[in-house]
Design a protein around this ligand. Structure first.
Ligand code: 6PG
Length: 462
């Protein structure tokens, strides 16, 4: 018979997703622009081969799929997606559904959903190659009726938390890719905070990578339990294959990025949603790339990091706990801002649930986050009963870490901006009255008086 679904783009992620779909019992037709890739994929499919139909042209692909068709795109985000849609649409029937499972910019997805060329879903898929192959977290975007046509496949291939599938429709248009983008922003911030604590252990405590790995492994058995802490421990303990040196000592300290974290930071500004820890993480990656300048700076000012003995592992763990809550709080706040601005009804508690397995930011804290967001919708995560208690218990540790690090020259951009966010968010009377006074002085911009009157001015107004 004909395939239930098609897939275009057999790169690492596409091949893994196609195998996952076949393994769950769905017949799938696949196509890759370079035919040899398709042939190699089919040849290597083993037992799954009976479920996979390799095709060597778009026409052949389309003919191999049962109508109304559903076709997944797994091509690089950006122009390649538009090119693929242009090439494909003329071959399709009006009701055939195209599903972009790449890391598209949500506004591109919005445009593609609304361009009236045919049914379109933009689906965020998290979990790297391993996730795509054995169970990713899946964030759908588009019309409910289109999602319903493939919901069984999305559910079947997704990660499961106990029996609960980590796949859901987030909302219309670009909502799925928006949620995936924010996921990646949280990912950036969490990774950066872990790297900052690694820096204190390495430069402040003079610990070897192996021993740092032990610290992370111990933390992975406590409140910080998460995929990113787990893999950080594994990275710290790993050895370079060629030299046998600790892997971390042979990796250049310049971080790469494909752009999703940067999108989150930029988009947060458009939404007036403060996500300083995420922004700081993007800045830290950009800064990390400036190796020559950093080397020059160290020559001019001397090496910054100094011994730092006042901080116990317990204090560092607590600081990271507070930091982690702040990362997620900022991410969820950004989702709230998108709901307000775009009229979406994002399933906030469900988002925390579908992030519990499969995705990069999976963490044991997400269970409690889901309950907290369900119990107190619209509340900043830091202010919900459960997480307010965690912040009360741990913000002092974050403060000590940031303060000691500052005094001793350790840069902690994400942790320190996270702390500033927390402190700003619990200060009823801030300092923007001064900013408003300045604005009124030089531009007569007017301010709101504490008596409630708006458009007020200082004595300099004529
Ligand atoms: C995931 C990841 C995945 C990927 C991104 C971000 O959820 O599976 O977020 O999408 O790692 O490409 O990577 P960069 O660090 O390269 O921006």
């Amino acid at each position: 018979g004909q395939a239930r679904i098609g897939l275009i783009g057999l790169g690492t992620m596409g091949a893994a997703l196609a195998s996952n779909i076949a393994e769950k019992g769905f017949d799938i037709a696949v196509f890759n622009r370079t035919t040899q890739v398709t042939r190699d994929f089919a040849a290597g499919a083993g037992d799954l081969g009976t479920k996979i139909t390799p095709t060597e042209s778009l026409e052949e692909l389309v003919a191999a799929i049962a109508t109304p068709r559903a076709i997944i795109l797994m091509v690089p985000a950006g122009q390649a997606v538009d090119d693929q849609i242009y090439a494909l649409r003329p071959l399709l029937d009006a009701e055939d559904l195209i599903i972009d499972c790449g890391n598209a910019l949500f506004s591109d997805t919005d445009r593609r959903v609304h361009d009236n060329r045919g049914p379109f879903l933009g689906v965020g898929v998290s979990g790297g190659e391993e996730g795509a192959r054995h169970g990713p977290s899946i964030m759908g975007g588009g019309a409910q009726e289109h999602w319903d046509r493939v919901a069984d496949i999305m559910t079947a291939i997704s990660a499961k938390h106990e029996d609960d599938p980590c796949a859901a429709l987030m909302g219309p248009g670009g909502a799925g890719h928006f949620v995936k983008m924010v996921h990646n922003g949280i990912e950036y911030a969490d990774m950066q905070m872990i790297a900052e604590v690694y820096g204190i252990l390495r430069d402040g405590h003079g610990m070897a990578p192996e021993a740092i790995g032990d610290v992370f492994a111990a933390w992975d058995a406590g409140p910080l339990q998460s995929y990113l802490i787990e893999i950080s421990g594994k990275v710290a303990k790993a050895q370079d294959v060629a030299t046998g040196e600790p892997l971390l000592s042979v990796i250049v300290d310049a971080a790469g990025q494909k752009g999703t974290g940067r999108w989150t930071a930029i988009e947060s500004q458009h939404r007036l949603a403060p996500v300083p820890a995420i922004e700081a993480a993007v800045v830290a990656r950009n800064l990390s790339a400036r190796r020559e300048e950093r080397t020059e700076g160290e020559r001019i000012f001397g090496p910054a990091p100094q011994a730092l003995d006042g901080l116990s592992h317990d204090t560092l763990e607590r600081a990271l706990i507070a930091g982690k809550v702040i990362c997620y709080a900022q991410g969820f706040e950004m989702l709230s801002a998108a709901m307000r601005d775009f009229g979406w009804d994002l399933p906030m508690a469900r988002i925390a649930q579908i992030w519990r397995q499969g995705c990069i930011i999976r963490s044991s804290m997400l269970d409690d986050m889901s309950s907290a967001l369900a119990d107190a919708p619209g509340t900043n995560l830091m202010f919900t009963d459960h997480f307010a208690a965690i912040m009360r218990d741990n913000h002092q540790a974050l403060r000590e870490v940031v303060a000691q690090a500052a005094l001793n020259g350790h840069p902690l951009p994400a942790l320190s901006s996270g702390l500033a966010y927390f402190d700003a968010m619990r200060t009823a009377r801030g300092t923007a009255n001064m900013v408003q006074g300045q604005r009124d002085f030089f531009g007569l911009h007017g301010f709101e008086h504490v008596n409630g009157k708006t458009g007020q001015h200082g004595p300099w107004a004529g």
